[in-house]
Design a protein around this ligand. Structure first.
Ligand code: BG6
Length: 515
């Protein structure tokens, strides 16, 4: 995994399908540009955009580089020839009306670029198209002989959503594996590209102070919050068919869960890490009966409200959303992990749109010390917590008890924190930048494997089925801008409330004496 080793990246071509779409300009090209600035791109490297729009190379360059609003700030102070040295590597091929065409013209274009720029026949195909096209594109690539590895490696990157259910995910996996081998397929989950998510592994496995406590003997429960202040924005059409569970929980949040739950891998080799993650996901207790599903899952939708004096639409009034929609914008799930380490430790995970702030964090709540000496100290509510802040204000916070100065032994809670922003000298790579570079170097550690994706769906499928057809299933409402429906607090056994974090890691003050 170690990027610091600065591995050499092979010469290659990146072919982006769906190149005229938003993701290319918004995420992929800025990520490539950052790699260019950091001199991380291979010496001989070109990008070939392919999609259904009629565009020249020049038009494509203007759209995604020279006139792109996503690059504007970065380009401002740079010399023209430095910028064109980057944009001149971009080419465009119009596939015609459809992705389901003969790719021999595309093949010719790839071959001529390969000759001209000496890219050695290594190719990444990045599918930034609707998932319904993945298999079609893979098939057409194969039919044009563009998947063979005898003249350079070939890799296929696919975006989420990866399936709509366990069954469709399996179909998709099988469909792609007809044309590409599993080791050639890279399923992107941008949360794995986040430094703080990767740091979960380092926190756990490079410190001897956490791992001995990382189990049912010392951990009371685990709480993960993923909150966004935005609503569904312009993606109502997509979101209404998806919902919070499919959009965030099945992929990003279960990835975080798997890193918290997994056993120590033998080494940091991709397959060692991925094997442990799959095992972790397979150990999540699948909820089968209606009562369990009823008692452990909560879904809700945001409703219209006023935030800072402005009217905010309710979910059902959003563009592209069915006015009678029962799609959840809030999901809270309680579950257990059936293995030696985690037996009886509840996990609480929630994700939602239109919350008071944007924040993602995982909190490990430790148990009260086995024998309490300081009887009147109110320790119960002051047990140790490890807060892993994934975003924003990325960092780690440990809450621990300290003695209040004075007579007797009164205990208060203090903060010990580390903030990534304190590493001023370090360039923290953006998720897509990191993930693209990894794929370019053939490192699949931070990509989801087929069995991993299927294991995640296996857990999620019964919840979706229950929400769709179950008896007594409710859809709660919450005013846009609050922390979800009130009854979600009831999910947290014995404590009765979620930790509602502020935008800054240390917002929640620890005990502090200033004079
Ligand atoms: C995407 C979801 O995968 O992740 C979006 O489709 C969501 O609905 C986004 O807004 C959140 O990503 P981040 O990196 O901003 O937390």
């Amino acid at each position: 995994m170690g990027q610091s080793k600065m591995k050499k990246t092979d010469n290659q071509i990146l072919v982006i399908f769906g190149a005229s779409g938003d993701l290319t300009a918004r995420k992929l090209v800025p990520a490539l540009f950052n790699l260019y600035l950091a001199r991380q791109l291979p010496e001989n490297f070109v990008v070939l955009g392919a999609s259904r729009s009629d565009m020249t190379d020049e038009e494509f360059r203007r759209r995604v580089v020279l006139e792109s609003s996503y690059l504007k700030n970065k380009l401002e102070d740079l010399k023209d020839n430095y910028i064109t040295n980057f944009s001149d590597r971009f080419f465009y091929e119009d596939l015609g009306g459809d992705y389901d065409v003969d790719y021999s013209r595309l093949r010719k274009r790839i071959e001529s670029l390969k000759e001209e720029f000496n890219t050695s026949g290594n190719i990444i195909y990045y599918l930034s198209t609707p998932p319904t096209l993945y298999q079609t594109i893979a098939k057409n690539l194969a039919e044009a002989g563009l998947n063979t590895q005898n003249n350079g490696w070939k890799r296929l990157i696919v975006e989420k959503p990866f399936g709509y259910s366990l069954e469709t995910a399996k179909e998709l996996n099988a469909g792609l594996q007809q044309y590409f081998e599993e080791h050639q397929i890279y399923r992107i989950d941008h949360y794995l590209g986040k430094e703080t998510v990767q740091n979960l592994l380092v926190t756990r496995f490079s410190n001897s102070i956490f791992e001995p406590l990382w189990n049912r003997n010392y951990i009371h429960h685990v709480e993960i919050t993923n909150a966004e202040s935005v609503g569904v924005e312009k993606r109502g059409g997509y979101y209404d068919k998806s919902g919070a569970l499919r959009d965030m929980f099945q992929n990003h949040l279960l990835q975080i869960v798997s890193l918290i739950v997994m056993e120590p891998p033998i080494s940091d080799a991709p397959e060692h890490i991925r094997n442990e993650k799959v095992k972790a996901l397979k150990s999540l207790r699948i909820m089968k009966d209606d009562k369990t599903l009823h008692d452990n899952t909560i879904r809700a939708q945001y409703m219209a409200s006023h935030i800072e004096g402005g009217h905010v639409k309710g979910y059902r009034e959003e563009e592209g959303v069915d006015p009678e929609s029962t799609t959840e914008t809030y999901a809270a799930i309680k579950f257990f992990v059936d293995n030696w380490r985690w037996r009886d430790v509840p996990f609480y995970v929630r994700t939602a749109k239109r919350m008071p702030t944007k924040v993602t964090e995982a909190v490990i709540h430790f148990k009260t010390p086995h024998h309490q000496i300081f009887q009147d100290s109110g320790m119960n509510s002051k047990d140790n917590k490890l807060v892993i802040r994934i975003q924003p204000d990325e960092g780690i916070l440990i809450k621990f008890g300290v003695k209040v100065p004075g007579q007797g032994f009164k205990v208060e809670r203090a903060n010990l924190d580390f903030s990534y922003s304190s590493l001023a000298e370090t360039h923290v790579m953006e998720a897509y930048e990191r993930l693209l570079l990894d794929a370019m170097q053939g490192d699949a550690t931070l990509y989801a494997r087929a069995d991993e994706v299927e294991a995640a769906w296996e857990f999620v499928d019964p919840i979706l089925a229950y929400w769709k057809n179950g008896k007594d299933i409710r859809m709660y409402g919450y005013a846009a801008g609050v922390w979800g429906p009130e009854n979600a607090d009831e999910l947290i056994d014995g404590i009765g409330f979620w930790r509602n974090p502020g935008p800054n890691l240390t917002d929640d003050p620890g005990f502090c004496v200033i004079c």
